[in-house]
Design a protein around this ligand. Structure first.
Ligand code: HBI
Ligand code: FE
Length: 289
């Protein structure tokens, strides 16, 4: 998950490879750091059954993430590679967009190689190993979602030529980070930014404050988003196949051009053509304003 205004160095920090990867150096993690992982993992896994999507819960099982402590990528990647050919690579923090997209296009997920401190339990600026590995990686064990992430990376690299990065960042934000999916008539979470957050895993499904709107590619690519608090919109897909289908069956060039000619859609607006599931009160955002 990236904060657009976070300062990202343009050259790899000392010790990092040209692609910004570093050794995980798993043996260097302290007992306190492993304990922080366990605290976060227990809190989320106790509350996610019935909230997280089937694909997410299946990924936790397939990747054996219930093992205590920060996962050792030597073990984790053996399972992840067997499932979908993906691997997790350690990076110091946020990496430049082009570097990020290139990793995704090559089935490498960059994970921040640090874990939050107790005072950052519920909010931190940059993605740590819990956000990245607990939030994002279980979904990468699902073949359809894994292919979506590759297509996203390839699309991201292309988008840089069309100056359409912001449109693609919105697509990432409203799917990979904060996406909801309909399963057996109920809403479930597949977005990493929600599933790794205790409070937002409740808010995203239970609160009457946010809008919940059926996913539409062009609509999402025009819709602004918040980086500093719960989302005011959640977009809902019917299946991961639908999500993959939007990238595989779309020529993005004319879509970028058409969207660029239109104004962005304000965060909490609902449009006449929206498939509205919840018309939110926005009480949470209003109270926080
Ligand atoms: N870097 N490590 C890391 N993690 C991210 O999620 C990330 C990034 N750099 C760029 C980026 N995300 C954004 O451009 C995407 O949201 C599109
Ligand atoms: Fe993320």
């Amino acid at each position: 998950m990236k904060k657009p205004d976070t300062h990202v160095h343009q050259t790899p920090p000392p010790g990092a490879a040209p692609d910004w990867t570093i050794a995980q150096n798993w043996d260097a993690f302290s007992a306190d750091e492993h304990a922080m992982w366990d605290r976060l993992f227990t809190r989320q896994s106790d509350m996610l059954p019935g909230r997280a999507s089937e694909a997410f819960l299946r990924g936790i099982d397939v990747l054996r993430l219930e093992k205590p402590g920060i996962p050792d990528y030597r073990d984790l990647n053996a399972r992840l590679m067997a499932a979908t050919g993906w691997q997790v690579v350690a990076v110091p923090g946020l990496v430049p967009d082009a570097v990020f997209f290139d990793h995704l296009a090559n089935r490498r997920f960059p994970a921040g190689n640090f874990i939050r401190t107790p005072d950052q339990l519920d909010y931190l600026e940059e993605p740590d190993v819990f956000h990245d590995v607990f939030g994002h990686v279980p979904m990468l064990a699902d073949p359809v979602f894994a292919d979506y992430m590759v297509a996203y990376g390839e699309g991201g690299l292309r988008s840089l030529k069309y100056d359409a990065l912001k449109q693609l960042a919105r697509l990432y934000w409203y799917t990979v980070e904060f996406g909801l999916i309909r399963e057996d008539g109920a809403l479930r979470i597949y977005g990493a930014g929600i599933v790794s957050s205790f409070a937002e895993s409740m808010f995203a499904l239970d609160s009457d404050s946010p809008n919940r709107i059926g996913f539409d590619l062009a609509r999402v690519m025009r819709t602004d988003y918040r980086i500093d608090d719960f989302q005011q919109n959640y977009f809902v897909i019917d299946s991961l196949d639908q999500l993959l289908g939007t990238t595989v069956n779309t020529d993005f060039a004319p879509l970028y051009t058409a969207n660029a000619a239109l104004p962005p859609i304000a965060i909490a607006d609902i449009l006449p053509d929206d498939a509205v599931i919840t018309r939110g009160t926005q009480d949470y955002a209003t109270a926080k304003a």
